[in-house]
Design a protein around this ligand. Structure first.
Ligand code: NAD
Length: 390
């Protein structure tokens, strides 16, 4: 069945290959973006290791390669008029919402960055919920959350819900959330707002608590250099495996924060594409707030570093951890929902690590080593007392 899919954040790391993936599968696709991610690069003095084309060039290239058109709406989803008009014009049946500030370190830089992150993410999602309710409440919302919403509790992490017996009564309640940054908190706030709108207005939504994504090649992005998606390796936006791979290619030691016992869920970008497709093909029911834990394997940070070190021959180094997080903890999370829908994971084999190293090596001349080491600390600096104060 052909679906009209609107990809919010369609110029981003995951949004652009998502748009291509759905277009290649024959769906009618439009992207929304306000280039915020490209502006963060200007602010931070960073750049994607893989050169990326302007969105208009990407879309033109896709038209030439595939003969199909991806529509494009440039605007900010925190602007309610823009968002509502876009929904009225494009009439999507499915909306994949990836348009958020997605870096935990960026959200911890200072007060202004924390406020920006939560306003951008929470207001954007809230506008979207109102726009869906007012334009077409049958639209299936697929929202990218994160496994980081749960934190690292000392019990197994269920898929969204926890069956609780308390003082002789039982209920199934949202799994407790203990997020570790203002970014992760913004996702928790989003989840609550979406859950409320499903309950109160009968909207249908799938919240995908995604693990850390690695890789940047998909069958579509590989068809032309102008179709490439971004590959971030800097301390603020680079996800950990992508960062290790670039450090290895540069011949630098892999910098593990603290002891490296922090364990998280991970998935290949190819599996992100499959999960989004499966969620879209099997929509939530009206009124349902459905939660999937979207990762395929778990690794400790040190374990990942050792895998990359073993394939590349570089050393592993430990830095004082700039974050406030447990470095030794229980971590076992359930992720059967997407597997039950048919997900066939691409595990992180040595061959995959070699492919990641080879992909980074093709652009080794563009590596800026000055952007890799962390500068943002999780604890705020104390202000100096104003002169003259007691
Ligand atoms: P990204 O920063 O590369 O892409 C996000 C895109 O959204 C950017 O192009 C940005 O310009 C756009 N955007 C942000 N705010 C906007 C606004 N107000 N209006 C319009 N456009 C806006 O991020 P990504 O890595 O592609 O992540 C996509 C989603 O997946 C995010 O919600 C992120 O939290 C989630 N996620 C990502 C990962 C990962 O490993 N990359 C892991 C877990 C969850």
């Amino acid at each position: 069945m052909i679906v009209r899919v609107l990809v919010l954040g369609g110029d981003g790391y995951l949004g652009w290959p998502t748009a291509l993936h759905f277009a290649a599968a024959g769906h009618e696709v439009a992207v929304v973006d306000n280039y915020l991610r490209r502006r963060y690069d200007d602010e931070l003095g960073t750049a994607s290791l893989v050169p990326i084309s302007p969105l208009s060039i990407r879309i033109g290239c896709w038209r030439e390669v595939s003969g199909t058109v991806i529509d494009c709406f440039i605007g900010d989803i925190t602007d309610p008029e823009f968002l509502t008009n876009t929904l009225q014009w494009f009439k999507p049946q499915t909306i994949i919402h990836l348009a958020e500030q997605r870096s935990a370190p960026y959200s911890m830089v200072d007060r202004a960055h924390a406020v920006h992150t939560q306003v951008n993410n929470v207001v954007g999602t809230l506008n979207l919920l109102w726009a869906i309710a007012e334009v077409d409440s049958t639209i299936h919302l697929i929202k990218l959350g994160t496994m980081g919403e749960y934190g690292t509790p000392d019990i197994d992490i269920e898929e969204g819900w926890l069956h609780v017996t308390h003082r002789g009564r039982s209920d199934t309640l949202p799994f407790p959330k203990q997020p570790g940054s203002f970014y992760h908190l913004s996702k928790v706030h989003d989840s609550h707002n979406i859950m409320f709108c499903c309950r109160a207005w009968g909207l249908r939504a799938t919240d995908l608590n995604q693990g850390v994504v690695y890789g940047c090649d998909t069958p579509q992005t590989q068809q032309d250099p102008a179709l490439a998606t971004r590959f971030d390796y800097d301390a603020t936006f680079g996800t950990v495996l992508n960062r290790f791979v670039v450090q290895a290619v540069a011949g630098h030691a892999l910098t593990v924060y603290g002891s490296g016992g922090q364990t998280r869920g991970f998935l290949n970008i190819l599996d992100t594409m499959s999960c989004l497709e499966l969620a879209a093909e099997h929509p939530a029911e009206p009124g349902e707030f459905r939660v999937f834990n979207q990762f395929t394997e778990t690794f400790s940070v040190l374990g990942l570093a050792e895998r990359v070190a073993q394939r590349s021959g570089v050393a592993v180094d430990h830095l004082p951890n700039p974050r406030v997080e447990l470095e030794h903890h229980h971590y076992r999370a359930i992720n059967t929902g997407l597997l039950d829908l048919g997900l066939r994971p691409h595990p992180l084999t040595d061959t995959v690590i070699d492919e990641l190293l080879a992909a980074a090596d093709r652009h080794r001349g563009l590596i800026d080593a000055d952007t890799i080491l962390p500068e943002t600390q999780w604890r705020p600096r104390r202000l100096a007392s104003p002169s003259g104060s007691p």
